[in-house]
Ligand binder design. Structure first.
Ligand code: AMP
Ligand code: ZN
Length: 139
């Protein structure tokens, strides 16, 4: 496998500001934080994205993420925490090792760009057709 930067972080070959670790999940601070406490939660076993990650690692990452946002709430008292996870370079996934961003918003800070898009009602017929298409493809 290509040298993966997050695999190197897990192995301790690259330093990180670790906040949590268990047998399947690992969490550390993002070094380009959108806000104070911006944390990344990753599986220890390499998987690229939500299509690829095995169920047990996915569950472990999300189980860990809840523990961590409880700690973020106790430590930083944010007004909310956005969870963001990108799949594919087309949506700006840069590190190709599954990761969940935990992004707190502090009181008095501006809205997070990731959570403040404009709501515009869609075409109900088109939404219905898309829903049917996806539902029919569920395996
Ligand atoms: P993305 O793939 O766009 O969801 O985001 C990758 C994230 O990883 C970015 O927010 C980077 O700031 C972060 N990142 C990249 N390298 C490191 C590193 N060595 N330590 C901590 N965070 C990193
Ligand atoms: Zn990796």
């Amino acid at each position: 496998m290509e040298e993966c930067i997050f695999c190197k972080i897990i192995k301790g070959e690259i330093p990180s500001f670790k906040v949590y670790e268990d047998d399947k999940a690992f969490a550390f601070e993002d070094i380009n934080p959108i806000s104070q406490g911006h944390t990344l939660v990753i599986p220890k076993r390499h998987a690229q994205d939500l299509w690829e990650i095995p169920e047990d690692d996915l569950a472990a990452v999300h189980h860990a993420s809840r523990k961590i946002i409880q700690a973020i709430r106790d430590a930083l008292n944010p007004t909310g925490v956005a969870c963001l996870q990108l799949n594919g370079r087309a949506v700006n996934q840069v590190v190709m090792h599954y990761h969940l961003h935990l992004i707190p918003r502090a009181s008095g800070e501006p809205e997070l760009p990731v959570s403040s898009w404009e709501l515009k009602q869609g075409d109900m017929e088109a939404i219905k057709e898309t829903a049917e298409k996806i539902a029919a493809a569920i395996r």
